[in-house]
Design a protein around this ligand. Sequence first.
Ligand SMILES: [Zn+2]
Length: 183
Amino acid sequence: MTDRAGEHSHSHDRDSHAHDDRGRDAAGFCSSCGAPLEPPAGPGRPQVCSGCGRSHFRDPKVGVGVVVHDEEGRLLLVRRGVDPAIGKWALPAGFLDAAESPREAARREAVEETGLDVAVGRVIDVYPGEPGSGVSFFLAFAATIVGGQLMPGDDATEVGFFPLDDLPEIAFASTRAAAGDGA
Ligand SMILES: [Zn+2]
């Protein structure tokens, strides 16, 4: 088994999720012997320790989120209270934890950020991570409201429904794509 623990030595608190640490992961030090890691030879190739020769693989960071429309077809968005793209609007979304089911993670993020409980349905699409987002790829689910009360929470400072032809300033291009694909 390859040792992936070293790549996860950074904090897993929610704020750390806001930062793009892919660049930092690309350097780094061996979790076995502490020597610097060589850069990977190519995509899918590990970083190799310059000291003990051990291979270190980098794990992708998976974003999950929900596309929710109200009865008028308006899109549920949250205003981001953290960087990147602080102050801009995005789908209710967050990072998948390693032990979590993707749909359960998407539901959790929706509940935390919007106060609404949702039933998570089909996968709309998988979108490549955008530069600076800290996400390797983003998995968008269609979801429907099953309960709760609209109230911003967690990293969201505001929450609301917007007509697709009159969206506020959007943080990530995948939001518009997923909203269109999930309409
Ligand atoms: Zn080493």
